[in-house]
Design a protein around this ligand. Structure first.
Ligand code: OAD
Length: 238
């Protein structure tokens, strides 16, 4: 018997209980750092040093956090389902929880790339550890400044097509901890099959498409994921 396919669409909220600050909540990261300075391609070219340092700090923060119950439950479902995680997060908590198929839409803190050709795979390198800062003056393979492997506002999202394909194949789609503000990621749920079952876990759900049949669970990721796992397992018994 082929395994049912589950696609998770995760955002900053799934890592909140691990201690990583979300972006748009009160006290969120974009209140402390203007998003146009640290997360746009124009901001990078204006002040590459500042942006490189911002992501060095984010990378170093990963050493002090660990996956929470929600990441773990996502990974555990792999035992019985074909699970793909499509995440907007740049942290490595899904990897550390044991998920095998992960699509990072907005890049990865643990990788670096070329400033001239950020999506040239030959220039993408994995950073060995959380203290592996990128320094101003470090060069990518093509000789340009090494930069964080992050998809910034104003840049294309190369993984979006693969992600959309995975969503379109899913029997079950589970959205966890995203404000659904940022496109194209926020539009992925539209690729779900008409007969797919869709859950959304978020303590303050926002921008939930009201023309789709979505089971909204207004709880934190760790608690809401327990409900999702129970609902999935119960429906599989029917
Ligand atoms: P946001 O900060 O926009 O949204 C976080 C969501 O998580 C909100 O809907 C919160 O209600 C929810 N949340 C907070 N605590 C939670 C918890 N314990 N459990 C579950 N949900 C919780 O973050 P994203 O939607 O991920 O991109 O933001 C999308 C993109 O915008 C990011 O990838 C980043 C940012 O700019 C780039 O930097 C390119």
């Amino acid at each position: 018997m082929t395994m049912k396919k589950i696609v998770f669409l995760t955002g900053a909220g799934i890592s909140a209980e691990s201690g990583i600050t979300t972006f748009r909540d009160a006290g969120g990261l974009w209140e402390q750092y203007p998003v146009e300075d640290v997360a746009s391609i124009e901001g990078y070219w204006r002040n590459p040093k500042l942006v490189i340092q911002f992501y060095n700090d984010r990378r170093r923060q990963l050493a002090g956090v660990k996956p929470n119950k929600a990441h773990e439950l996502v990974a555990e479902l792999q035992d019985n389902y074909d699970v793909t995680v499509v995440t907007q997060n740049v942290d490595d908590l899904h990897e550390r929880a044991g998920s095998n198929k992960i699509i990072h839409l907005h890049g990865e803190l643990m990788k670096a790339t070329s400033s001239d050709e950020p999506n040239d795979n030959r220039c993408v390198v994995k950073l060995p550890n959380y203290e592996s800062d990128i320094n101003f003056g470090d060069k990518a393979k093509d000789g340009s400044q090494l930069r964080p492997f992050i998809v910034w506002f104003g840049e294309p999202v190369p993984m979006i097509e693969l992600a959309a394909e995975r969503v379109s194949e899913a029997d079950i789609v589970v959205i966890v901890g995203t404000s659904l503000n940022v496109y194209p990621a926020a539009g992925l749920v539209r690729y779900a099959r008409r007969d797919a079952t869709i859950y959304l876990v978020d303590p303050s759900p926002q921008n939930v498409p009201n023309d789709m049949d979505i089971h909204v669970i207004s709880k934190k990721a760790s608690e809401g994921m327990i409900d999702v796992v129970n609902a999935i397992r119960n429906s599989s018994l029917l």
